[in-house]
Structures are given as C-alpha cells and as structure tokens.
Unconditional design. Sequence first.
Length: 162
Amino acid sequence: MTKFFLAVHVLAAILAVGPVAVAASMFPSAVRRSSDRGAAEQGTQAGGVATLRVLHRICRVYAVAGLAVPVFGFATASSLGVLRDAWVIASILLTAAAAAILALAVLPRQDAVLARLTTADPAPADAGGEVARLAMLTGVFNLLWAAVTVLMIVRPGSTTGV
C-alpha cells in the first residue's frame, strides 16, 4: 500500500501543485499586459481580463485538488513510519506555509486585481504596487514548494529504502 500512497502523492503534487505554480506565476505579468494603456487602445484589454480569469480559475480549482498532496503524503509517511522524522516535519511546515500563502494572500489578491479590472474603477490595476507584491508572494509560494520537493528527494537522515 505504501507504493500506492507514494505514487498518488507524487502524481497529485505534479498534476495539482504544478499548474497552480505556473498559473500563479503567469498572473502578475498578464495583469501588467492587460492594464497597459496601449492594450486598452488596441481593444485587447478584454482578452487580457479573460486570460486573467482563466489563470485565477486554474489557481483556485487546482489548489483544492492539491489537498490530495498532504493527505497522501501523511498516508505515505505513516505507512513508512517516518512521521516523526525531521525532514517530514519540515516538509509539513513548509507545505502549510505554502498553502497559507496561497489561500490567504495570493488568491485574495488575484480576486482584488480582477475586481478592479472589471469595474469602472479608474485606478490602475497596479495601484500601490499590488501586482509587484502579488508577484513576490507567488515567488515565495513557489520557493516553498521547491524546498519541499528537495526535502522529499534528499530526505536528510532518512534510513528508508523507498
């Protein structure tokens, strides 16, 4: 059963977290292109907002699907008897931090930017550097997942043969 849990854990990480990482990373630059005055003059701003909606939907839907990653991660670690190993605990904490950044910062900021672009608000979408902060938070989210991936591969101090 351990191999099944591990396979589902890895597949969920690739198929759920990967799209979130890519779509969230694309969102800030798509905002900049969409809110560019030249784009508005060319009539492409509406297409940019549609792109932003798709990227945001990918982030939201795959974030929910990504809940399978820690679920099967816990199942795998439990069946291997490594739940108390330092590398697993560190991975759990980093995963929780990444999930918190996504749920509490990235997705709400994407919502706010989309709301601003789709209303008659004359303020630019990047008022006050909001898009730059969104890009930074997305980068932190991605770095946390990269650190978790490294921990899952290197497993410092692990004695399991899996």
